[in-house]
Ligand binder design. Structure first.
Ligand code: GLU
Length: 463
């Protein structure tokens, strides 16, 4: 059997981080099984669906390097076929016309109470009056079960369901019906989706039975939760994938993090995409919800940032995070920028943070951190800095190696330890002491700029 899975977002908002994880599970399942990964845009709610969201969702998939294997199916383009299928069910006696239109409107608006079945056995049918088509819940069984590939056997009593609407009075299909119609059309073998759809599954299986097509396999993925165990919402964290892109989370870090959120392979944390394709299986997806941990995502992002070449990081900063970055940092030439990215990527959790640090470096520190001064500046610092500036002025070969050699021997001459000088240098150059190696920083900032900043700090200390 060919493995065919689909991810079916509704274009009523940007792609949610939890939906992305479901999509990733689909994608990995398809890749692992040499199957097909498909996308379907579920825009049957014509009022809430917007082209801008479809565009944004598709862009997110492109960004994630998860392009679908076949052309994207847009649900509303198949309304005619949906209607035809509903009429077939009508003809075969699996559905009936219902004239209680008011009821239909109520049901669609969500004030749900069980439908009485008033129109089920009507003998005369009037096509001039507005009607909906309802699916008949079969009365030859009392319950319905399916084997969920993550949760195991799930059973629902049938009396919980009433004859649900499959086609609205305006001829548009409703959710459960259209999903089944399109999954059949797309020859989907496995439906991997969020667990909020578990309660829809019995209705969908009944539809498969009536249409005479074998149901696909179902796997319902547990939700992503906040720290108090509720479904992750905007109040807890950024939920749109796009926001993570803008903050400079790397695609592979986000991918890695989301897979591990709910799936495990021993206690391994870092996986390449290839490894995940080899290892992924639904059996190792947990049954209970997983808690979103931004600290862990940042930690993982830091690891992926450090592994990446600075040129690539610069490209990503410019394309995703801050398109104005080079304008804002034109004080530095390209070589300096790449070197600064190299130095600061060691300590950056996101590319937004990295780019902001570098932007701050283009000018004299706006202020010097008080606590750093209290800790590392003594009465003698002014004297040390004067000596340092004299020493630096005499250097012609402005490289890390020479700077290191000269500054270390100056410390020896002054009979002080390196930090006594290195920390004040950091404060002078950047305003605080969280900068990377002081020799590298001096080297990249250039001789004139470094001496300029040291002099400015000296003046500040003298006041
Ligand atoms: N459009 C549905 C949603 O966004 C998904 C339907 C399905 O996967 O069956 O939740």
């Amino acid at each position: 059997m060919e493995i065919r899975v689909r991810f079916a977002p509704s274009p009523t908002g940007h792609l949610h981080i939890g939906s992305l994880r479901t999509a990733i599970f689909n994608w990995l399942f398809a890749r692992h099984n040499n199957g097909k990964f498909l996308l379907r845009i579920e825009d049957t709610d014509l009022e809430r669906s917007k082209q801008e969201y479809t565009d944004s969702i598709l862009e997110t998939f492109k960004w994630m390097r998860m392009d679908p294997d076949e052309p994207i199916l847009v649900q509303s383009k198949r309304f005619k076929e949906h209607k035809k299928l509903a009429e077939e069910l009508l003809k075969k006696g699996f559905a009936y016309k219902c004239y209680c239109v008011k009821r239909d409107e109520q049901e669609i608006e969500g004030s749900y109470s069980k439908y009485s079945g008033k129109c089920k056995n009507l003998t005369s049918q009037d096509n001039s009056v507005s009607f909906v088509i309802r699916f008949k819940i079969p009365n030859d069984k009392t319950e319905i079960s399916f084997n969920d590939l993550i949760h195991g056997k799930i059973t629902f009593p049938l009396d919980q369901f009433d004859d649900f609407v499959i086609l609205r009075s305006d001829g548009t299909p409703t959710y459960n019906f259209v999903v089944v119609a399109d999954d059949i059309f797309m020859r989907i073998s496995h439906i991997i989706r969020g667990e909020d759809h578990i309660s829809n599954t019995p209705k969908q299986i009944l539809l498969y039975n009536a249409i005479g097509v074998k149901s696909p396999e179902f796997a319902h993925v547990p939700s992503i939760l906040n720290e108090s165990g509720q479904k992750l919402s905007k109040r807890d964290a950024a939920v749109s994938v796009i926001e993570y892109k803008k903050e400079g989370f790397l695609v592979d870090a986000l991918f890695n993090y989301l897979v591990r959120l709910g799936w495990a392979h021993k206690d391994q944390e870092i996986f390449s995409r290839e490894e995940l394709i080899t290892l992924f299986s639904l059996e190792h997806v947990g049954k209970s919800g997983s808690i979103f941990d931004i600290k862990k995502l940042e930690w993982l992002n830091g690891i992926y940032i450090r592994q990446k070449d600075s040129k690539e990081l610069l490209k990503i900063i410019e394309s995703d995070v801050n398109s104005d970055f080079r304008n804002k940092t034109s004080f530095f030439n390209n070589e300096q920028i790449l070197k600064l990215i190299d130095l600061y990527k060691e300590r950056s959790k996101t590319l937004l943070v990295l780019s902001e640090i570098i932007i701050l470096l283009i000018k004299l520190p706006a202020n010097y951190e008080k606590s750093a001064i209290n800790e590392f500046v003594t009465e003698k610092t002014i004297y040390y800095l004067k000596e340092l500036i004299n020493e630096l002025k005499s250097i012609n070969d402005w490289t890390e190696a020479t700077l290191s050699e000269k500054i270390k021997s100056l410390c020896k001459k002054l009979e002080i330890k390196l930090p006594n000088l290195a920390q004040p240098i950091r404060i002078a150059l950047t305003g605080n002491i969280t900068s990377p190696g002081v020799f590298e920083l001096l080297a990249v900032l250039s001789k004139d700029e470094s001496i300029n900043r040291l002099n400015a700090f000296l003046e500040f200390l003298k006041k």
